[in-house]
Design a protein around this ligand. Structure first.
Ligand SMILES: [Zn+2]
Length: 279
C-alpha cells in the first residue's frame, strides 16, 4: 500500500529493501559507467531472521573468508546509521513437562502451562542493566492439548541480548538458574540453546567506517555510529572488517504495519554507490 510517500508491507524495510538495494547498486554502477578496481560480490542470503541463527551469512563468510576488503551488509531502514559493532544474542527454547490429566478428575496434578507461566513471570521480572543495554523477550509460547486437559507440555522461545558480553553471560546465568529451580514436584524443565550470535566490533577509526561516515555526510546526514544484531555479527566476530548501512528510513519493523519512506532511498543508494566506488 502506498500512502503519503510511504510504502507499507510486512518485511518491506527489514529486509526486502536490502535485497532491492543490491540491484539498485548494480544498476547505478552500470548506468554511471563506474569501473571498480576489484570484484564486487552481490550476495543475498537466508536465515537472518527468526531461528535461522545466521546460517546464510555463516556460509557466505566460509566462502569468502578474509579475502574481501569489507563485508557490507544492507539494512532497509537504517539510513544515517553506521553499524560497526555486533550485539551478542542467545536464544533458548525452554520446555516444561508434566504427567497431564483430566482437568476435573485429576485436578491438583501439576500443569506444564501453569509452571511455565510462573517461569515467564520470574524471567520477565529480572532487572536488566541499562548500560550496557541488555534486553530479553519471550517471543513465542505454546503447549497444552485441550481446554479441559492438564497440560503435559508447554514451551517458550526466549531471546536475550546485550551490548556487553559479560552482561549477556550474567543474564543467561540467571535465566538458566531460574530454569533449574523452576517447577515443583512432577514438573520437569529443560532449556535448549537454539541460537547464538557472537559479539564483535571494528574500531570507528577503521578506514571503512571512516569512509561510510564520509559518504553519509556527503548526502547531508550526520552519521550515527551504532550497534545491532545483523548478518555483520559473523564477520565482526571473526575480526573481519564488516559494517551495516541503511537505505532509507521507516518504522514498524517486525509488525504488520511495517513501512518505508520512499523519498530518501535515492540518497541511500547514492551513499552506497560512493562507498563501493571508494572502498
Ligand atoms: Zn529484523
Amino acid at each position: 500500500r502506498r500512502e503519503h510517500g510511504r510504502l507499507y508491507g510486512p518485511g518491506i524495510g527489514d529486509n526486502s529493501l536490502g535485497v532491492a538495494g543490491l540491484f539498485g547498486l548494480l544498476w547505478s554502477l552500470r548506468k554511471q559507467n563506474i569501473a571498480l578496481p576489484g570484484d564486487l560480490w552481490l550476495v543475498a542470503n537466508t536465515c537472518e531472521e527468526g531461528l535461522g541463527d545466521l546460517r546464510g551469512m555463516k556460509a557466505v563468510v566460509e566462502r569468502f573468508g578474509d579475502a574481501p576488503k569489507a563485508y557490507l551488509v544492507l539494512e532497509g531502514m537504517a539510513l544515517g546509521h553506521v553499524y560497526h559493532k555486533a550485539i551478542g544474542v542467545r536464544r533458548y527454547k525452554i520446555t516444561a513437562c508434566a504427567e497431564g490429566g483430566h482437568s476435573w478428575t485429576d485436578y491438583g496434578r501439576p500443569s506444564a502451562i501453569h509452571a511455565l507461566a510462573e517461569l515467564v513471570a520470574q524471567i520477565t521480572s529480572l532487572s536488566l542493566p541499562e548500560n550496557p543495554r541488555t534486553t530479553l523477550n519471550v517471543g513465542k509460547i505454546g503447549g497444552g492439548t485441550s481446554i479441559n486437559t492438564i497440560a503435559a507440555e508447554a514451551w517458550m522461545e526466549l531471546d536475550t541480548r546485550s551490548e556487553g558480553s559479560a552482561a549477556l553471560a550474567e543474564l543467561d546465568r540467571q535465566v538458566e538458574s531460574l530454569v533449574e529451580t523452576a517447577g515443583g514436584p512432577g514438573v520437569g524443565f529443560k532449556a535448549e540453546i537454539i541460537g547464538q550470535r557472537p559479539v564483535g566490533e571494528i574500531e570507528t577509526s577503521h578506514p571503512v567506517i571512516q569512509l561510510a561516515q564520509a559518504c553519509l555526510r556527503q548526502q547531508g546526514f550526520d552519521p550515527i555510529l551504532t550497534d545491532g544484531s545483523t548478518d555483520a555479527n559473523i564477520p565482526l566476530s571473526l575480526g573481519l572488517p564488516a559494517l551495516v548501512l541503511g537505505l532509507t528510513q521507516g518504522g514498524g519493523a517486525h509488525t504488520i504495519h511495517e513501512y518505508i519512506e520512499t523519498a530518501p532511498i535515492q540518497k541511500g543508494l547514492a551513499q552506497l554507490v560512493n562507498f563501493v566506488k571508494q572502498v
